[in-house]
Design a protein around this ligand. Structure first.
Ligand code: FUC
Length: 815
């Protein structure tokens, strides 16, 4: 009998958010206007709009002009609702997003019984008939490509200001210390300040418009969307926009609503025809809320809550609170995550220049360590702003998207992209931001089990190269990308890593082990004995998106092989993790025995005659020699199968493989470049790690520091952030007795001679601070929640240290 998949569901009710008590609301409301007026006028006067003279804090993106396109606008977000802020003077636009606004199903159907053709394809491959195997799988296994539907924008809020005169002293910024975007300028002697933040506490976007002279703010507000929307006024000070997301009227998806409430002080307010006009106000606060009927736990049973009520309740609650409190709570909540890690790579003076100028200088060859530190912190900012407990995971664009039909639907690609989004989560001390990933992967299990059964006649759960909020898991489209049943298995590594970093045994028992097991069950059924070697191999499967010339006919190419390096590495890792978890949880059963046996018989990647790590089981010639996916090097990063200590023979081969890819044009997408940074950091090659960090900035980064695939794809931001962490500290190995080895400054670039980092997380439950000067380690501090031993490795020196629970152990001599 089929064993039930057991884990405690992590899915939560997403319809509401806990709110702090708003006792004494009346008194607060009375104080509101006074405090607000003085506070913001004072701020406007003391701020230093304009030239950016003086040394600026490094954790700011700032500019001297409004955004002229979307890739210059600045993102804010609370994990679920976000906006791109353009900073226009006469017309400001907030392009709004809510994470669950998706055009709709259907989801692809499985080709039931396809396993019979898979058996035949295996035989063909073992005989060397690659083209035939490709055709057979294409015809008999692959479902049709998914009907176009996409993650979509929520809409735009347009603010048309009535301003007379030419603006001066213009400045816009995103302060990632407090997650507040701000625009300031002067017109005819009046200083205007506009602030924007997306509060997770109040689940609302808040916009604060102020001026240092009374009665100076006049504007008209409207909401719009490129399709599928209606707009209406609600009372005097509210607008609402609602509709149902679709792809050109087809594929009806999520029903959404967004509301905006305007609270002016002084002046007049009028409303009608879907607009609100405010004239001669002293200040204005806008609140924006959003809701949809998307049900993350069961996407085909939409939530039945009243969207209008949900939006209105949020707005009214937020508007009743004092602005100070709203802002204070937002900052405290955000900083609870952000402030855990500080990074100084030197070169802080550079931050006195606008971000776009600094980026331009890097494009022209300059070194800017402080910009790299900003990029790192920005990656953390983006993760906190797009992936919070209870939200959906960050998609290909996080939560920020302005296209009704986004590139790749802005979905979840599971052959690198979605996983890369979460590479920085643990090491940069944002473990809670990893939670949406776990919730989501667990929610794929039912469809993944159905696909395993229907397509492969197999147990367990399977996910292929991509999925989305409708939870499909089938092999679809072209063999080249679609015939790759390893996406789910790769995702399970994140669960084990979460345990490795945090030591949460309940998580291991209730979430990590069950899902790793569910994946292993599929893998055990999927593996086949290679008649040539007697070893267990995966296939027929691609090495993600790559293709090779077939030996029979060098004019013809194919994608499918048996025993591709990446598949074998993912399976090796999954089995190794299952066994490790079983040991910790003291599970000994038949399943564990099966995994042990399969692991012992698993085929491992080979090294070719040219010394490179072989991507496929045979030495094929690849069609694209500089291919962006470096799948076969998975075991170096994110995996830890290949290390200098454990497998020195693979290291040279890996180096050659990366060099070959790069010399043939590899690394041309942002995420590919980011992956290479992590490889070189793991290889301890500081020079190459730096070269690729610089290339990521110079070649794949927009003015708002968003990563370019191109187009915009957020994975490179996250992969780059993880890569910078990896140059400073690594913890992926243990000694023979399981003690974590913490490598300090394993790939420190010479361009960052002096600096410090604090709060990085190491596996084994440690937190690490490092200070270095003139390229040499000066001090290291290690913290642990429990009494624990770790080994520090500094160059050739290894030191064992004992850390007592809750204390900080600082070391300044390394012998
Ligand atoms: C993978 C990559 C593409 C792109 C897409 C979203 O399939 O091969 O380059 O990043 O995901």
């Amino acid at each position: 009998m089929k064993e039930a998949f057991q884990f405690q569901s992590r899915m939560k009710n997403r319809s509401g958010i806990k709110r702090k008590s708003t006792a004494n609301i009346k008194a607060m409301a009375v104080c509101f206007s006074l405090i607000f007026f003085f506070q913001y006028n004072a701020m406007a006067q003391t701020s230093n709009p304009g030239t950016g003279s003086g040394v600026e804090d490094n954790n700011k993106l700032w500019y001297l002009e409004p955004a002229s396109d979307w890739m210059e606008a600045l993102p804010i977000g609370n994990g679920k609702i976000g906006a791109m802020v353009f900073g226009g003077v006469e017309q400001e636009k907030l392009q709004l997003n809510e994470e669950s606004v998706w055009a709709g199903p259907p989801i692809p159907e499985n080709r039931v019984g396809a396993y019979k053709s898979i058996e035949k394809a295996r035989e063909l491959i073992f005989q060397g008939d690659y083209a035939e195997a490709n055709k057979l799988v294409q015809d008999d296994v692959m479902g049709p490509r998914i009907a176009p539907r996409s993650y979509q924008p929520l809409g735009d809020l347009i603010l048309d200001f009535k301003l007379q005169g030419i603006p001066s002293n213009y400045r816009r910024e995103l302060d990632i210390n407090n997650a507040i975007a701000k625009t300031s300028f002067e017109v005819e002697g009046v200083n205007y300040t506009r602030e924007y933040f997306s509060s997770a506490i109040d689940d609302a976007i808040v916009v604060v418009l102020t001026a240092d002279k009374r009665n100076s703010i006049s504007l008209e507000l409207k909401m719009q969307r490129d399709a599928d929307f209606e707009v209406a006024n609600v009372g005097k000070n509210r607008l609402k926009m609602w509709g149902q997301a679709s792809q050109k009227g087809k594929h009806l998806g999520v029903k959404y609503e967004t509301q905006m409430m305007a609270v002016p002080k002084g002046g007049d307010i009028k409303s009608g025809n879907g607009t609100i006009s405010i004239s001669n106000a002293n200040s204005v606060v806008l609140f924006i809320s959003a809701a949809t009927d998307y049900n993350a736990a069961a996407p085909f049973s939409p939530l039945t809550h009243n969207l209008n009520t949900v939006c209105a309740t949020k707005l009214k609650k937020a508007a009743k609170r004092s602005l100070n409190k709203l802002k204070e709570d937002h900052i405290a909540d955000y900083q609870n995550y952000f402030n855990r890690v500080a990074l100084d790579l030197g070169g802080l003076k550079e931050s006195a220049r606008p971000t776009n100028e600094r980026l331009e200088a890097v494009v022209n060859g300059a070194d800017d360590p402080a910009l790299m530190a900003l990029y790192f912190q920005y990656g953390r900012y983006l993760l906190i702003s797009s992936s919070r407990p209870g939200s959906l995971p960050a998609n290909l664009q996080g939560i920020w998207n302005n296209h009704l039909a986004a590139p790749w639907n802005s979905d979840y690609h599971t052959n690198i992209n979605m996983q890369m989004n979460y590479w920085p989560a643990e090491v940069t001390n944002l473990s809670e931001c990893h939670e949406p990933f776990f919730d989501f992967i667990e929610s794929l299990v039912p469809t993944g089990q159905k696909t395993a059964k229907e397509v492969y006649n197999s147990d367990g759960f399977v996910v292929h190269h991509a999925t989305d909020v409708w939870h499909w898991t089938s092999p679809i489209g072209k063999v080249q990308y679609g015939m790759w049943p390893m996406g789910g298995a790769w995702c399970t590594r994140h669960f084990m890593e979460h345990y490795n970093f945090n030591g949460d045994t309940a998580f291991l028992k209730d979430h990590a082990y069950p899902i790793m097991k569910e994946s292993a069950k599929f893998l055990l059924d999927w593996l086949t004995k290679d008649p040539r070697s007697g070893k267990l191999v995966s296939g027929p499967s691609t090495s993600p998106e790559n293709k090779f010339y077939t030996p029979k006919d060098p004019e013809v190419f194919a994608n499918l092989d048996m025993g591709n390096a990446m598949d074998q590495e993912i399976i090796w890792e999954n089995f190794t993790n299952v066994l490790e978890a079983a040991e910790i949880l003291k599970i000994e059963d038949e399943f564990v025995e099966r995994v042990k046996e399969a692991l012992a018989n698993l085929s491992l990647p080979k090294i070719g005659s040219d010394g490179r790590l072989m991507e496929w089981s045979q030495e094929f010639e690849e069609v694209d020699k500089g291919h962006r996916h470096l799948s076969h090097l998975y075991g170096l990063y994110p995996g830890n199968q290949f290390t200098e200590n454990k497998t020195p023979y693979y290291i040279d081969a890996i180096n050659r493989s990366i060099e070959y890819r790069l010399s043939n044009g590899g690394g041309h997408t942002g995420w590919s470049r980011a992956w290479i940074i992590n490889f070189y950091a793991r290889l301890g090659n500081s020079e190459k790690a730096y070269e690729n960090i610089k290339a990521l900035l110079a070649k794949s980064t927009a003015k708002n520091l968003f990563d370019y695939h191109p187009p915009f794809q957020i994975d490179g931001n996250f992969g780059g952030t993880a890569g910078i962490a990896e140059t400073l500290m690594q913890s992926h190995e243990t000694d023979e007795s399981g003690v974590t080895i913490i490598r300090l400054l394993p790939a420190l670039p010479s361009e960052w001679p002096t600096g410090s980092v604090s709060g990085l997380k190491a596996r084994g439950g440690f937190e690490v601070d490092v200070v270095w000067r003139n390229g040499a380690l000066e001090s290291v501090s290690v913290m642990s929640k429990e009494d624990k031993t770790c080994k520090l490795q500094i160059g050739e020196v290894t030191m064992s240290i004992e850390v007592s629970a809750g204390s900080k152990q600082t070391i300044t001599e390394f012998k």
